[in-house]
Design a binder for this molecule. Structure first.
Ligand SMILES: [Zn+2]
Length: 65
């Protein structure tokens, strides 16, 4: 778990989805933050676009209402 300052949290809170991601190519898992609607995530380990959010692993929907 990382600690995020309130100011940083506000900067990052615009329509982003944060959660654990899994690379379907190499199996690497990481904490991903991407704009809402992003389907494929770039894997930081193998740099393919085969990363997917893992449902039920602390997905955090960040919306500015
Ligand atoms: Zn990978």
């Amino acid at each position: 778990m990382s600690v995020v300052s309130l100011a940083e949290k506000r900067l990052r809170s615009v329509d982003h989805l944060e959660g654990e991601a899994l690379c379907t190519a190499c199996g690497h898992t990481w904490q991903a933050l991407a704009p809402l609607g992003t389907v494929a995530l770039e894997c930081p380990a193998c740099h393919t676009m085969k990363g997917l959010y893992r449902p039920g692993h602390g997905l955090d929907l960040r919306l500015r209402l």
